[in-house]
Design a protein around this ligand. Sequence first.
Ligand SMILES: C[S@@+](CC[C@H](N)C(=O)[O-])C[C@H]1O[C@@H](n2cnc3c(N)ncnc32)[C@H](O)[C@@H]1O
Length: 347
Amino acid sequence: MVESEQDRGIIELLNEFCRELLNDEETLSGIKEKFRKIDAPDLENLDSITRTAVEREIGQILSSRTIERARYYARSLQNGLKSYSETENEAINLNLWKGYDHIITDSLWNLGARAREGHHKAWYWGNFVPQIPFQLISRYTNPGDWIVDPFCGSGTTLLEATRLGRNALGVELNPEVYRKTTDVLKEVTGTEDSKAVLENHDSLRFDFSAFLKKENLPGFKLAILHPPYWDIIKFSENPSDLSMADNVEDFTEKLARLAGGLLPAMSPGSHIALVIGDIYRKGEVIPLGFRSMDALSGLGLKLRGIIVKDIQNTRAKRNSESLWRYRALKSGFYVFKHEYVFVFRYK
Ligand SMILES: C[S@@+](CC[C@H](N)C(=O)[O-])C[C@H]1O[C@@H](n2cnc3c(N)ncnc32)[C@H](O)[C@@H]1O
């Protein structure tokens, strides 16, 4: 993170106010008067996380009723400012934790309607909303890091990664989908620092480590896996397609084998996210999500989160709500309104 002269000016000024408060040179009302004069334009050159955190701390100093409380927030503000240029390799800078409002830390994701930012076109049946990769990428990677999506589909992960200044490799089995996604990616002008590479390949056989070696990269910081939900949507007739698996056991075995093949290419301390839903079969719920979660846990990954994501806004059942309700009442089942995001840490 590069500090411009203007940033340095406002950072020094804020530090000076904090010092005055902490060194007994200012009264509570005097320091509030000074902080009140800091306006939004003074902060506009700071990156959005630093700006949000600084605004929060100033707000808390202004609403402090005692000088001890104001000093507490002044110390917190000082810490945040100190780390402004020192912690660029951390995905989350805890000294600025108040600036991360955009990151969800709860296990229930009500993401609402599909986000409109970026170049996402939602042309692919079975895609996910950009908010999913947005959350994972913002939380677990820094600008410049590499992300991998072995079930790339329409490239939602790749588009979101480049929009956020990261790089991404996508692997997609279906040649038609690969071609269309390649065309979409061509239209997108990533910055020079952010690359999107798409390969038409079977991820069960793709050599992710060889890719890293060829590109001279240390390892992926995040893998986002959004496989077919077994055969709910048949993506192709290719026997390697996970939607063609013979049964649930075959599906989870292939998923685990694919993830296992990816692990040598993951950096230590990186994260692997699996997005998947459950299915019905012959009047029974098959908890495909938990079966898949168990399959990945078996690889020695540490489970960090089981997120339940609301799917009420997706297209699939929106136009046939009453039919599904009728079927549910008739057969005694519940209509799925959620899917899962399982987050694992590698090493
Ligand atoms: C649920 S979709 C992913 C959609 C994607 N997240 C998006 O937003 O467009 C799953 C994708 O995995 C692909 N796929 C299935 N088996 C595969 C395999 N063995 N290797 C690579 N891709 C595979 C399918 O063709 C399909 O495009």
